[in-house]
Write a protein that binds this ligand. Structure first.
Ligand code: DP6
Length: 396
């Protein structure tokens, strides 16, 4: 075959981070990563947060290899292997159809290099973007064109939602083999142009219990989680879809806050309990409620995942004022680092009565920086060969 003469084939993709507004917490099948409830997320813009992955295949490679942020990592990780196996299986199935004989040999070993455009140490959920990017790059390498959220799901549950832009539902599915446990786009990123997201990267927190282990303990011990999955989420999911359809920030924001709070309540209901919210998280929660209370409606909404960073949703016309509230509440350490990063934020002067009603005793340095972003598109192919993370020798 013609392509067998090509010694090195390479593909590079980027993929986004997503933040759930109806949370996924709990698996009914830990091997296939099938959830106990459907979930819904917003895909964040890749200008601010993205993973880039290059996958290469060559006759000359002697083993599969993986590099994460420039350092060699374990390619034998079961979830990496699951993704590789599934992509290769789909590629083989496709070849079985007889077409595309020029495509690259499935027996070739693979090199993969992946990096984030944000500090991994910041504790921003990177596994969703990472696995979505891995699967996208491999799919491109093998010329697969089908929808691959089912494969990304095998890397990390939340990764299946990073296979689409905008507003994305992961439907739990019914089948034991997981073939109906897929991500679906609810609305594209252009649907709600005023929506903004502030990621509050907090300082100096130790690594909490990972979500994989944490949710398993919750499934085994929390009656509240069972009730949530059976009775609460189905109704909330339908409601959230309506709020998004109607661009109803009041409804969207309130439900996002309630769902984050219930997720953290199931963590407290887990035995032994898991704590992801910290004193600082509670401080931010109270601040958001005082701010909304002062304005008499929902202007900002918080959500927290299995880590200490806070994510705030707001409409564009609220960002400047709320960022100033954050600056007053968490005065940045004077180390010259940019406190506000990402999309520009205009300066704002706070009315004295707002400060009096909303800003409590300041906690200097508690928030390291704020990343200002918005909803964005799904995985992208990178055409420019100079952007590959692997050189012509197949090494980083
Ligand atoms: C709290 O997708 O990281 O962020 O499927 O075990 O890899 P695994 O878990 P993961 O869990 C994410 C949990 C969450 C909520 C969410 O993103 O929906």
């Amino acid at each position: 075959a013609m392509a067998a003469e090509r010694s090195l084939v390479m593909a590079t993709c980027t993929a986004p981070v997503n933040i759930a507004v109806i949370k996924y917490w709990g698996k009914r099948d830990t091997d296939l990563i099938l959830p106990i409830n459907s979930s819904l997320s917003v895909t964040l813009h890749q200008d601010q947060l993205k993973t880039t992955t290059t996958a290469a295949a060559s006759r000359d490679f002697t083993e599969d290899r993986l590099w994460l942020n420039g350092k060699e990592a374990d390619v034998g990780h079961p979830r990496v292997q699951a993704c590789l196996r599934e992509v290769r299986r789909l590629a083989r199935k496709r070849r079985g159809g007889g077409e595309d004989t020029a495509a690259l040999s499935l027996s070739y070993k693979i090199h993969i290099a992946s990096e984030n455009n944000f500090p991994t140490a910041a504790g921003l959920a990177s596994s969703a973007a990472g696995y979505a990017c891995l699967v996208s790059a491999l799919a491109r390498l093998y010329g697969l064109e089908e929808e691959l959220s089912e494969v990304a799901r095998r890397g990390s549950g939340s990764a299946c939602r990073s296979m689409f832009g905008g507003f994305v539902q992961w439907q739990r599915g019914e089948r034991p083999d997981g073939t109906d446990s897929l991500a679906l786009q609810v609305a594209p990123e252009t649907h709600w142009p005023e929506l903004r997201i502030l990621v509050l990267v907090v300082s100096g927190e130790k690594k909490p219990v990972g979500s994989t282990a944490g949710m398993q303990t919750s499934v085994e011990t929390s009656p509240l989680l069972k009730h949530r999955a059976e009775a609460v989420v189905p109704e909330r999911l339908a409601q959230m879809m309506r709020h998004i359809r109607d661009r109803d920030f009041e409804g969207f924001g309130q439900l996002a806050m309630r769902d984050s709070n219930q997720f953290h309540a199931t963590c407290l209901d887990t035995f032994p309990p898991i704590f992801y919210l910290t004193d600082l998280s509670r401080h931010i929660i109270a601040l958001a409620h005082r701010y909304n209370g002062h304005h008499g409606h929902t202007k900002v909404a918080y959500t927290f995942d299995a880590g200490p960073n806070a994510v705030i949703f707001a409409l564009a016309d609220t960002v400047a004022e709320f960022v100033e509230v954050l600056r007053r509440s968490f005065p940045p350490a004077a180390n010259g680092d940019q406190f506000v990063r990402g999309l520009p934020v205009s300066p704002a002067v706070l009315p004295q009565e707002l400060v009096a009603a909303v800003v409590a005793e300041p906690v200097p340095g508690a928030v390291q920086y704020i990343l200002h972003t918005k909803p964005g598109p799904g995985p992208q192919l990178v055409d420019d060969p100079s952007q590959h993370l692997l050189g012509p020798d197949g090494l980083p």
